[in-house]
Design a protein around this ligand. Structure first.
Ligand code: KG4
Ligand code: ZN
Length: 334
């Protein structure tokens, strides 16, 4: 049997996920246990709590993923796991589970980069054409990655402070929404007819880096001023103004990067790809510029193990396996 079945594990932040992916593209199972309800009470992800929740769910997730895939554990070709970047304790739980299974079944272990996973989520919906540019937007990352060819990553831009999703969550909190607040801000923004005037952080003229902390502070100041003046109903305009600022900069930099690198395709990935405003703006701009745009379905944009299986398949093809000494790499670079 020449088919490749990879069991993939992802525990880098607050989702415990296990999946079985066939030949790098066919998702046979993709189970996700979200810890959002637990972390909500704290207004954000608490690392120690995340680790403990991963320990509680990981075994069941692995069993279910294999079960739903309808294959025997012996038929797996390899066990893949996110080795970084992420929360060290959270990563450790997935790595220990993956190692134990790989050892017990005598299968190769494949340590996988979390961001490579987000990018290769696009392989689950079609071929990636190279050279391409990936715009990675999530709660932990905001990056522009140029890929000359498969497996070749060049980080050409990144956030210098907050990640986009993180900024969304902080703004949402200031507007009174629970964690994770991104979707709430998105909804208000799309529905609001008015926009508060807020700054755009372009940085140096030729820079593909991002910065959202100034914008976030401007939002917090605006909220305080409205409050002091005893006004209410200002939330919609702030959400809209914030979203417009983020989208204008992110879309402009991504398009400029596509043009300057000669990329033939733009890949959008990460949890913030759920943002309606961003999808619409990017879609419209790419259409106008004649740039093919790929956006995976939402279940493959937020953290999930299927994307790790998709990324690991390429390593499996090249015979790039990890040592049993594999350990968490919280700040692993691409
Ligand atoms: O990729 P993800 O699930 O986890 C990380 O790897 O970080 O992304 C989660 C982030 C959160 O910050 C959440 O608020 C944000 O994605 N998010 C959104 C939307 N949906 C989720 N941000 C803006 N608009 C949305 N519709
Ligand atoms: Zn992620």
């Amino acid at each position: 049997n020449q088919d490749c079945y990879i069991l993939a594990v992802e525990t880098s932040c607050d989702e415990t996920s296990a999946a079985v992916v066939k030949n790098g593209t066919e998702v046979l199972s993709n189970l996700i246990a979200s810890q959002i309800e637990t972390h909500k009470a704290f207004g954000g992800v608490v690392p120690e709590v995340a680790s403990r929740k991963h320990v509680e769910s990981i075994t069941l997730m692995l069993e279910k993923a294999i079960d739903q895939a309808g294959i025997a554990p012996e038929d797996l070709s390899a066990v893949a796991v996110t080795e970084g970047p992420g929360l060290v304790g959270a990563l450790l739980v997935g790595i220990m589970a993956a190692k134990s299974l790989a050892f017990a079944l005598d299968k190769p272990l494949i340590g996988t980069h979390h961001i490579a996973g987000h990018i290769y989520a696009n392989r689950l919906i079609g071929e990636i054409r190279y050279p391409c540019l990936a715009l990675v937007v999530s709660g932990g990352h905001t990056e522009l990655v140029f890929m000359r060819q498969e497996g070749h990553f060049e980080l050409i831009g990144r956030t210098r402070d907050d990640a986009v999703g993180e900024a969304y969550d902080k703004v949402a909190r200031a507007l009174g929404f629970p964690y994770p607040g991104g979707p709430h801000v998105d909804k208000l923004a799309v529905e609001s007819a008015v926009a508060e005037e807020l700054p755009r952080a372009w940085l140096e003229p030729d820079s593909y880096d991002f910065s959202f902390s100034g914008l976030k502070s401007a939002v917090l100041n605006a909220v305080n001023q409205h409050r002091m003046r005893g006004e209410d109903g200002y939330q919609d305009a702030i959400a809209r103004g914030f979203q417009e600022s983020v989208i204008e900069v992110v879309v402009e930099k991504a398009i400029r990067a596509v043009k300057s690198t000669g990329a033939v395709q733009l890949l959008l990935c990460g949890g913030v790809a759920a943002n309606r405003g961003l999808r619409q703006a990017l879609d419209a701009r790419c259409e106008r510029e004649g740039i093919p745009l790929s956006i995976p379905p939402m279940k493959y944009c937020t953290d999930n193990a299927a994307m790790i299986g998709a990324a690991a398949y390429l390593k499996w093809q090249r015979g790039e396996f990890s040592e049993m000494e594999l350990k968490p790499e919280p700040s692993l670079s691409l």
